[in-house]
Write a protein that binds this ligand. Structure first.
Ligand code: CP
Ligand code: NVA
Length: 312
């Protein structure tokens, strides 16, 4: 039985270290038994709604498959098809959704929408990515790190690139689990103050190092884990040219940059990747890359999360 203190997940900050460990350990069991899904009825009779303002491949597929494999049902709601698109308030939408289904995953532009949904829904709300956070991705990332490294404490993770939604939650998640972080982020693209504050506090508490540097080589030197993401997140397309000239070539993860990491280092990327931009194909397809386990683990760890939130 996984018990979670909060009945929503807006950011990885909402989970304690123990809760994260429990979710991952249940997910590892589920992954080990992945051939035996057909009789699992843990969430029989439960329905998960997925309300998406933005496109998705992995988040939608993994949540829908997770519910199916746990005996439950899903309803996909493109937010353009809802009365929300004609001006119905988030509050009224949240109250309505709560009348019919047992849980909501929302992928939104503004993180405030997640907060408002969570405040007004009577059911658990899961952030499936907002402009600020991507907690489900970070659960899968931490699970992948644990699978490959068998521990968290004392590892060194290098983040290369934009201080975006994935970066924000990853920094918080690493600090919580005792992973040291060196983030190479260009000036003006750092995570927001509120994130830096939480990461700094959590790192102090756990006795880990957290530094932001400008030089990718400095971050990657002796790293156990190297992570990047697109520097043009959904909604930032208009800044494409400006961002390209800031991030390429300096912040591109290529073979040369990876050669500074430890011999047994792993490379991670939440996907979708823009090959030839933030990462080169030799790295993402190379022998240090664990991106396909990382993507698969979304399914297992979200099953674990859904069980934690819904099997009461
Ligand atoms: N990593 C991730 O969230 O992928 P999607 O945008 O395809 O859901
Ligand atoms: N930072 C990316 C992550 C996509 C999964 C974005 O927000 O588009």
């Amino acid at each position: 039985m996984i018990s979670l203190s909060k009945k929503y997940l807006a950011s990885i900050e909402d989970l304690t270290e123990t809760e994260i460990l429990n979710l991952i350990s249940h997910a590892i069991e589920l992954k080990a038994n992945k051939g035996a899904n057909s009789n699992n009825q843990t969430l029989a009779g439960k329905t998960l709604a997925l309300m998406f303002e933005k496109p998705s491949t992995r988040t939608r597929l993994s949540f829908e498959t997770a519910m199916f494999q746990l005996g439950g049902n899903t309803i996909y709601l493109n937010s353009n098809d809802l009365q929300l698109s004609r001006g119905e308030s988030i509050e009224d939408t949240a109250k309505t959704i709560s009348l019919y289904v047992d849980c909501l995953v929302a992928r939104v532009y503004s993180h405030n929408t997640i907060v408002e949904l969570a405040q007004n829904c009577k059911i658990p709300v899961i952030n499936g990515l907002s402009d600020l956070y991507h907690p489900c991705q970070i659960l899968a990332d931490l699970m992948t790190i644990f699978e490959y490294k068998k521990r968290f404490k004392g590892l060194v993770l290098a983040w290369i690139g934009d201080g975006n939604n994935v970066c924000n939650d990853l920094l918080i998640g690493c600090a919580k689990m005792g992973i040291n972080v060196k983030a190479a982020i260009p000036q003006s693209y750092e995570p927001p103050e509120q994130v830096i504050k939480v990461v700094t506090q959590e790192s102090k508490l756990k006795g880990t190092d957290f530094t932001i540097v400008r030089e990718p080589i400095e971050a990657v030197k002796n790293a156990d884990i190297v992570v990047t993401d697109t520097f043009v997140s959904i909604g930032k397309e208009r800044e494409d040219d400006k961002r390209s000239s800031t991030f390429i070539p300096k912040y591109q993860v290529n073979g040369k940059l990876m050669s500074y990491s430890k011999d047994d280092a792993i490379f991670m990327h939440c996907l979708p990747a823009k090959r030839g931009q933030e990462v080169t194909s030799d790295v993402i397809d190379g022998n240090k890359s664990v991106v396909w386990d990382e993507a698969e683990n979304r399914l297992h760890v979200q099953k674990s999360l859904l069980v934690g939130l819904l099997s009461y």
